[in-house]
Design a protein around this ligand. Structure first.
Ligand SMILES: Cc1cc2nc3c(=O)[nH]c(=O)nc-3n(C[C@H](O)[C@H](O)[C@H](O)COP(=O)(O)OP(=O)(O)OC[C@H]3O[C@@H](n4cnc5c(N)ncnc54)[C@H](O)[C@@H]3O)c2cc1C
Length: 499
């Protein structure tokens, strides 16, 4: 067990890690460093503050006493500028040096600016911190007209803030629908109508070519690429995050639009872990690398990282993430990875009840539910089980869907192990094969397939994986480039075809 732990970032990932380390290592030195001027607050709720619906107080989660009571050294307004992994040291903007035995990077992302003229004008806002929310609230309260850019989950928060603050806003979207990678036009239209009801007008196939400003440098208009001018005294931009990887660029820590970790939140350095939005983690449900941007997932990753840093257990991150929108009269939830996949199924039930599932290799990888969130439990269960369901789309769209609506799996083996795993010499069912192979649908995680295609006997690969129910074809075989180091878990599901 390490004696000293340094955590960079006091968001939900960093703070949960500090709490877990203290619970499991009562005598350890724990240091938390954050460049923000306040301790952990609820980032999810800052939009309600900006809408004018919530005061400041309930948004704060921890005050500084919380850290002092637990003997956790909290350093606010402290930007870490350098990490020296060989020396086990980190350095801050003021030149202060902290030593660590074990380091956690919980450093999240920073909103991207539009690469256009006057993108940093007064009145043009980005949204990540409580400080941002205070500025947005003040600006929106004084504005009559607004422009919002970014057709995703944070953009719609800015649009809802305009609606709540009686700002007549235009919501400029690049395509023909809000969050078009996760919703079809039919589903998105429910969101468009809800925005219109709040005085926010969606404008499609649009964007910002540049902002106009007055003599004081305050925004006065957004001009789209066709030269259409939208007069505005408030602009909200949410076009994505730049992940805060600069401090690890000169270290051996592997990055790839984030910090690469395995399912234990460990980087390619034994004594460095990462958690939260910043991670490109090995998703054991997908069997490949993924990134989440959600509160619950960041909290769980912080906890998992802490357990592994302390070494109290080999804790694995296995999680279906959720993200809800509560601005409208109907509930909205996205779960898993709704923008991934190579297949979809969707249905509209009423004017404000709609659902869509994203599938990959026959399995659910994510989805969006509008109006009725009850089926989420069943869909998430299927995701966690890695069950192949693409042949039962009609049942999946049952309005009151439950797992029992699916034809029972007649027989199933979960085969798992840690690579390298010589499948060519082992019966992967772990027992005698009483059914003929052709009775099986086989679904394999891709990292296993990579191993299979290179190591295992070709009869198994081409005959059993290649053609069964169209679930996987040999052309989809690929070595997963994310799994080049560390503990590599392989898993496969063998089952009889569902009826
Ligand atoms: C307005 C808004 C609404 C949201 N709504 C939802 C929602 O409804 N549901 C949901 O699930 N998720 C929501 N999210 C996303 C969710 O809040 C994030 O996924 C989660 O907070 C990420 O936590 P984190 O700890 O990984 O990162 P962060 O909370 O970003 O924390 C990282 C911290 O590290 C600090 N830091 C970075 N670099 C350094 C450095 N070099 N030195 C010192 N400190 C550093 C940063 O300043 C920051 O404080 C929302 C986010 C926002 C902004």
């Amino acid at each position: 067990m390490a004696d000293s732990y340094a955590i960079i970032g006091d968001g939900i990932a960093g703070s949960s890690a500090a709490e877990t380390i203290r619970e499991q290592a009562p005598d350890a030195d724990i240091t938390v460093l954050t460049d923000e001027g306040e301790a952990l607050y609820n980032r999810i709720l800052i939009k309600e503050f900006a809408k004018g619906k919530l005061p400041e107080a309930p948004i704060s989660i921890h005050d500084t006493d919380w850290y002092a009571d637990r003997d956790i050294g909290l350093h606010l307004n402290t930007l870490v500028t350098d990490i020296r992994t060989d020396d086990h040291e980190i350095e801050t903007h003021s030149g202060e040096v902290f030593e660590y035995d074990s380091l956690l990077l919980a450093i999240g992302g920073t909103p991207q600016q539009l690469p256009v003229e006057n993108a940093d004008a007064d009145g043009v806002h980005h949204f990540w911190t409580f400080e941002d929310a205070r500025a947005i609230k003040q600006s929106a309260e004084q504005a009559d007209t607004g422009v919002v850019v970014g057709a995703g989950l944070l953009g719609i928060d800015l649009a809802a803030i305009c609606g709540a603050q009686d700002v007549e806003a235009k919501y400029l979207m690049r395509g023909d629908a809000w969050w078009r990678y996760a919703l079809s036009e039919e589903g998105a239209e429910i969101m468009h109508d809800a925005l219109r009801e709040r005085g926010v007008t969606p404008v499609f196939d649009s964007g910002v070519d540049h902002f106009e400003t007055d003599a004081e440098g305050a925004v006065t208009a957004a001009v789209d690429p066709d030269g259409v001018q939208y007069d505005t005294d408030f602009a909200g931009v949410a076009i994505g995050l730049d992940f805060n990887t600069e401090i690890v660029q000169d270290t051996p820590i592997e990055t790839d639009r984030g910090i690469v970790v395995d399912e234990y939140m460990q980087t390619n350095r034994d004594d460095v872990y990462a958690a939260g939005d910043i991670t490109q983690f090995h998703d054991v449900i997908l069997g490949k690398r993924a990134q989440n941007g959600a509160w619950g997932s960041a909290k769980e990753q912080g906890t998992i990282a802490a357990k592994n840093m302390v070494g109290s257990e080999d804790a694995e991150f296995k999680w279906v993430s959720s993200y809800s929108i509560t601005h409208f009269d109907f509930p909205f939830l996205s779960f898993g990875h709704p923008t991934r996949g190579n297949d979809t199924v969707e249905q509209k039930y009423t004017d404000d009840e709609w659902r869509r599932l994203a599938l990959e290799d026959g399995k659910i990888v994510g989805g969006v539910l509008i109006g009725d969130l009850a089926p989420q439990t069943a869909y998430k269960q299927l995701m966690r089980e890695g069950r192949v369901v693409s042949d039962q789309k009609e049942a999946l769209m049952n309005r009151e869907f439950s797992v029992d609506d699916l034809a029972p799996v007649q027989k199933q083996w979960i085969v798992s192990g840690v690579l390298p795993w010589n499948l060519g010499c082992t019966d992967p069912t772990g027992g005698t094969r009483q059914l003929s192979w052709s009775e099986f649908t086989i679904a394999c995680r891709r990292d296993w397939l990579g191993q299979l295609s290179s190591d295992a006997n070709s009869e198994f690969g081409s005959q059993w994986v290649g053609s069964q129910n169209g679930v996987l074809t040999s052309s989809e075989w690929a070595t997963d480039p994310s799994r080049t180091w560390g503990r590599r878990r392989a898993e496969a599901v063998l089952r009889t075809p569902s009826k």
